[in-house]
Design a binder for this molecule. Structure first.
Ligand code: GLU
Length: 434
């Protein structure tokens, strides 16, 4: 590893619930940073204003807090490389887009939505059902490569909307070394001319991620496998803007698989297990999707089960605390193949952690569960005894309610009191003050 300070980032677009795959990406970033004495940065990638979802950003912070994965730098934690919200960095990106155009690596495109649709219809074939804006069609479109200079100038200085697109080189091979997959290569002719700057002046993800990883001095860029097809665009942007030797080291984490391919929110609904870290309520529809936290998972167990979804330490060991994971984590023990999520196994981890945790730690969590069911516990001593008694029978934290909630339930106590007093027996009020 180079002697550059380790700086990693999680860069979510705040558009909804935080999927367990996202939390695993945070966890691996966090473990890597802490293992190498580095910093973990949280950057909010909110340049797509059409996907703005109120509350989604705060929700991400709440999830990380619950998981115990606090960033060193972020919108909430501050830092020397802010702003950490891309929408507040808008002015920064334009110059880079213009530099790319000036150097012939990008161009202005004026095509209207109607013209783009016409192009798709014109080039659609059985082999190519979704034609893209690429090296085969770009010279047929309305852009600064096909229009003369005066027209381009005129269009840009009238109110005509335009975007900036990367000009993918013809038949070049772009390669980079992925820390998990080794050398990965792409033929540039097969990649479309992605938009870099949109008509509203906002960058797209592709431009913003490269500019910000550079300005924030990110040493390692780790993200999910779904971003691998975008890598050639990013490698080229690095090469054109900052030099390939300055590029962070990349790693693309394996997909988390459900019963039918990539684990989705729909799988969760169909098979009855959570996929989000915490409860998420869609502000538009009001639909609630239950999270691991509210289902009764311990953050310790959640981190443990996520860590081993794609990583192991080379032994049979399955139970790891966060500190142990930091000590043992290494990128070369992450597999490139998808990791299958098994809910029964997830519950097994939780059960093991419930048995392992100290009563003091459990007490707080069990109190919270009981509180959510309307039961306030004031007698900690009694609660601790009860926890000790029933914890081996609990798989989820919510099981403590089923196993022991009645002991603290006021309604039940009142009922017993009533029954006993009806039968002429006097009952000394229970020692519990709850
Ligand atoms: N904004 C991207 C996302 O939502 C981040 C991808 C990356 O880490 O480069 O997943």
């Amino acid at each position: 590893m180079s002697d550059k300070k380790v700086r990693v980032r999680f860069a979510p677009s705040p558009t909804g619930g935080l999927h367990l795959g996202g939390v695993r990406t945070v966890l691996y970033n966090y473990l890597f940073a802490k293992k190498h004495g580095g910093d973990f940065i949280l950057r909010i990638e909110d340049t797509d204003q059409t996907r703005f979802v109120p509350g989604a950003e705060e929700y991400i912070f709440d999830c990380l807090k619950w998981a115990g994965l606090e960033p060193d730098e972020s919108v909430q934690h501050g830092g020397d490389f802010g702003p950490y919200r891309q929408s507040e960095r808008k002015e920064l990106y334009k110059n880079y887009a213009e530099q790319l155009v000036a150097e012939g690596h990008a161009y202005y495109a004026f095509d209207t939505p109607g013209e783009l649709e016409q192009m798709r219809q014109q080039y659609r074939t059985d082999e190519n059902p979704a034609p893209q804006y690429d090296n085969k069609v770009r010279m047929q479109m309305r852009n600064s490569l096909t229009l003369d200079g005066d027209t381009v100038h005129e269009l840009m200085h009238s109110d005509t909307p335009y975007v900036v697109r990367i000009k993918m080189p013809d038949e070049e091979t772009v390669s980079f070394n992925d820390m998990i997959r080794g050398e990965v290569s792409f033929n540039t002719s097969l990649v479309d001319d992605k938009v870099l700057l949109k008509a509203d002046g906002m960058p797209t993800y592709h431009l913003a991620v490269v500019v910000d990883d550079h300005l924030m001095e990110i040493s390692h860029a780790f993200r999910g496998e779904e971003w691998l097809p975008s890598a050639p665009v990013h490698v080229l942007l690095w090469k054109y803007l900052f030099g390939e030797d300055k590029m962070p080291q990349w790693a693309h984490f394996p997909l988390i698989l459900g019963p039918s391919g990539k684990l989705s929110k729909r799988d969760g609904a169909t098979y009855g297990f959570p996929v989000f870290a915490m409860n998420w309520t869609d502000p538009k529809t009001g639909d609630l999707t239950e999270g691991f936290k509210e289902m009764g998972f311990l953050p310790e167990a959640f981190m443990n089960l996520l860590a081993v979804l794609g990583w192991n330490d080379g032994t049979e060991q399955e139970i790891f605390s966060l500190d142990e994971m930091i000590e043992k984590f290494s990128m070369d023990r992450i597999h490139s193949a998808g990791a299958k999520f098994d809910y029964e196994k997830a519950k097994w981890f939780n059960h093991e952690w419930i048995k392992k945790l100290t009563v003091d730690r459990l007490q707080l969590l069990v109190k919270e569960v009981l509180k959510s069911k309307g039961i306030e516990v004031a007698d900690d001593e009694l609660l601790n005894k009860v926890i000790d008694l029933v914890k081996d029978r609990c798989t989820l934290l919510t099981d403590f309610y089923e196993q022991a909630g009645y002991i603290f339930s006021k309604r039940l106590k009142a009922l017993i009191y009533l029954l006993f007093s009806r039968n002429g027996m006097m009952l000394k009020p229970c020692s519990s003050r709850s």
